[in-house]
Design a protein around this ligand. Structure first.
Ligand code: ATP
Length: 423
């Protein structure tokens, strides 16, 4: 199975999904860049999330808060004192690990047998510091450790500037930063990553009902984008592993090559945040502090797991069976032969029109088989080929990525055909 991670890593680089950050200078641990295909995949995930969590709902509005906030936010939120992981160091090789990641500890002990000796665990704060201003001493600030606080500190602004009433939610997508002790598994544990979160404010007595509701909604959303059913599960957090703000927490986990791994958390944060920030809400029966049900997903972890789940090797080809909504390119257009000007100009015309509405690739290199092979690896669901018959009757062949079957359709029907398949 570790082999699969190597294959995904190599495909991600070869095809332009994920590159090491600052690679020409030797990289920097825990930071990644998304290439031409990766940026499209990530953008599609975020767009689908926003559509389902904000656009299609009447009870959720969005915000986009700043990454650097007044440091008092992080004191009030408990992050300065509590946002820690337990760090242990192997006294023999000085490698550092998270004491709560039992599988990694065990793996290290097994490969280094009886020699292993650990330091006592010490708390390690994950907040990343930055320094602000031009004159010394500069002000110490933090790069946000979660995007969450940006929703809470805008609670009053949102209530007074919109017509939302409890129960309602504030949604946000954005970057977060953590001084992770053990970045690894490609983008899975990074030091800079993107989150997509909903903070949903409810009456305290309705918190359990909404927790259940959001758990189901979030699982349905992942399944609707193609995850295999048995590759996802919920896992309830034990009291000892719950974050400092959580009353109850469950993770959505994916059966990754490196074991079941969290990529979204559903948390009942109670009134922890609003009361720490001294915020209240005026309901019809008087003032109260709403409770918060949070859904906190990682864009990078989702992108990685969508890639892994979509990866198939069959009949001598590698194919990414990404859901068409997530696929970087929706279609590719080819002239059957690269040395026939008539075919090229007809194909270019079709390409120019299609790409106004669909992200479309163009390829005239090599033979048609090689082009299919390249688009399969990129996850492109439909390949459109312009051949000699096209010049006579204005029809093209459309080849389906998953079945490899081809059908002939009219050029004028291509947009409607793709629209139907993509929705
Ligand atoms: P872990 O136990 O794996 O460190 P966490 O429980 O601290 O994760 P949360 O604080 O609940 O994670 O963050 C919510 C989501 O943000 C996670 O489910 C994940 O998708 C994403 N996330 C958190 N930390 C990272 C990271 N270091 N790299 C990439 N994504 C992350």
């Amino acid at each position: 199975m570790a082999d699969l991670m190597d294959k995904i890593t190599s495909l991600a680089k070869r095809r332009g999904f994920i590159f090491q950050s600052s690679e020409i200078y030797g990289g920097i641990q825990g930071f990644w860049d998304y290439g031409p295909l990766g940026v499209e995949l990530k953008r599609n995930i975020k767009n689908e999330w926003w559509k389902s969590m904000v656009q299609n709902r009447t009870d959720v509005v969005g915000v986009d808060a700043s990454i650097i906030m007044n440091p008092k936010v992080w004191e009030a939120s408990g992050h300065v004192s509590e946002f820690t992981d337990p760090l242990v160091e192997c006294k023999v090789c000085h490698q550092r690990f998270r004491a709560d990641k039992k599988a990694e500890i065990k793996a290290h002990e097994e490969t280094h047998d009886e020699k292993v000796e650990w330091t006592n665990p010490r708390k390690f704060n994950l907040l990343m510091e930055a320094f602000l201003g031009v004159t010394e001493p500069k002000d110490k600030v933090y790069l946000r450790g979660e995007i969450t606080q940006g929703a809470f500190v805008n609670f009053e602004n949102v209530v007074s500037s919109t017509r939302v009433k409890v129960p309602f939610g504030i949604a946000q997508i954005g970057k977060a930063f953590r001084n992770e002790i053990t970045p690894g598994n490609l983008t899975y544990r990074s030091r800079e990553f993107e989150q997509m979160e909903l903070e949903f404010f409810v009456e305290p007595k309705e918190a359990d009902k909404w927790f259940k509701y959001w758990k189901e909604e979030r699982l349905k959303w992942y399944e609707s984008l193609g995850f295999k059913k048995d590759s996802l599960r919920f896992r309830v957090h034990e009291a000892s592993e719950r974050a400092h703000y959580a009353k109850h927490a469950e993770d959505i986990e994916y059966n990754a090559p490196f074991g079941w791994s969290e990529f979204e958390g559903i948390h009942n944060r109670g009134d922890f945040d609003l009361s720490n920030h001294k915020l209240k809400y005026m309901g019809e029966e008087g003032e109260f502090i709403p409770w918060v049900i949070e859904t906190s997903g990682g864009v990078d972890r989702s992108a990685l797991f969508f890639l892994i789940d979509a990866y198939h090797e069959e009949k001598g080809r590698v194919v990414l069976k990404l859901h068409p909504k997530l696929a970087p390119y929706k279609a590719a257009v080819f002239p059957l032969l690269a040395n026939k000007p008539d075919l090229i100009s007809k194909a270019k015309k079709i390409y120019d029109e299609l790409k106004m509405d669909f992200n479309t690739a163009w390829d005239e290199r090599g033979n048609i088989g090689k082009r299919y092979f390249a688009q399969d690896e990129a996850g492109t669901p439909y390949c459109v080929t312009v051949d000699f018959q096209t010049l006579e009757d204005d029809t093209v062949t459309v080849r389906d990525r998953d079945t490899t079957k081809q059908e002939r359709i009219k050029v004028s029907e291509l947009p409607a055909y793709l629209n139907l398949k993509l929705h």
